[in-house]
Design a protein around this ligand. Sequence first.
Ligand SMILES: *[C@@H]1O[C@H](CO)[C@@H](O)[C@H](O)[C@H]1NC(C)=O
Ligand SMILES: *[C@@H]1O[C@H](CO)[C@@H](O)[C@H](O)[C@H]1NC(C)=O
Ligand SMILES: *[C@@H]1O[C@H](CO)[C@@H](O)[C@H](O)[C@H]1NC(C)=O
Length: 378
Amino acid sequence: MKYLYLLLLASSVSSLFWEDFYRTLASENAERNLIYSPLSVDIMMGMVYMAAGGNTAQEFRNVFKLSENKSQVANSYRKLFAGIRSREKVLFLHIANRIYVNRKYRLVPEFNEVVRRAFKAKAKSIRLDGPVSASLIVNSWILNRTRGMIRNIVSPSDLNPDTSAFLVNAIYMKGQWVFDFQADQTHEADFQVSPDKIIQVKMMTLSASLFSADLEDLDAKVIELPYRNSTLSMRIFLPNRVDGLRKLEENIGLLKPNLQKNSVNVKLPKFKIESSVQLKGILEKLGIRDVFKPTADLKGLVLESGAKIDRIVQKAFLKVDERGAKASAATGVLIRPKKSIDNMKLPPMEFIADHPFSYVIHDHDVIYFRGHIVEPHW
Ligand SMILES: *[C@@H]1O[C@H](CO)[C@@H](O)[C@H](O)[C@H]1NC(C)=O
Ligand SMILES: *[C@@H]1O[C@H](CO)[C@@H](O)[C@H](O)[C@H]1NC(C)=O
Ligand SMILES: *[C@@H]1O[C@H](CO)[C@@H](O)[C@H](O)[C@H]1NC(C)=O
């Protein structure tokens, strides 16, 4: 899946890193719905690298294959943001990133100049002697920056006076499908969560000509649902077996699916997903360790030594319904493929997502979101 590598890291990091990352996350969250944003993890890591020196920075260079020249790295993130803006004609994506630093440390003034321009983020001093008021400050900032969509990214128990610094990232997107699902055909249907558990979901229906493929090697199918006014699309990987998700996600990275346009009859449950992931443990497993230790070198961020990153929290929100992710009330022109366009000989593919599936929201070179749905909630 070469074109699914991240832009910044596209030229540099092996896809192995992001595959390992997802595999770890997916297996830790095997029993529940999952959403995370590789794009945002990438941006946060780039931001921390700007502050890092010594062995701490060396680990980032090893794992993410970043250049030693930090202004070059900052430039590539500036380009990443510019690219995202120019590709999305309709405002689409809300990302909020911040590094909070315990007030007992003094921030290096130049740090914010660099990250504000290149990462659209900054470091902020915070009093941590009162965890309740500190969490209120963080949560209301995130709420504001995500226009009320993402709440309670941290709880008071996440913070304490000994915390030296933590990162928060919230991301949600709002889009509409090119091919709307037929709202009047959405109906209650069974969804097989596991071989012995069935729930009721609101099942949506669509018949359209979509990029799709039968993935025989993986015992699965894939379709691609494009978003309107953007280059983004959502790929849905559906195992043929009710309990096939785990095996599929273990092997999906090896796959280079060759998608062809074909008529597809889709059934997909409406779902909303909001989940919060703690990234420190996974990053440690994959080789980023020093930055979390008291010996961390963050001299680009704080004037004193002894500061480390204690937590990295990401919370993402996505809603999938007949009109797309987070439908707005605006009316648009419906574009439906005419039957006559599908002059293919193949019979339509039946894509019935009535059991757990995996998804990726991406464009040519950036993965915005990735995750799986085990039990759709609406
Ligand atoms: C670092 O990169 C910048 C911009 O890409 C360049 O102007 C500068 O000369 C480079 N510095 C070093 C030490 O290579
Ligand atoms: C977010 O905060 C700014 C000022 O900091 C304010 O003008 C704006 O109305 C707030 N937005 C929301 C959705 O609360
Ligand atoms: C979005 O796309 C639709 C057709 O898909 C078009 O009619 C509309 O003008 C586009 N809107 C913008 C803001 O580009």
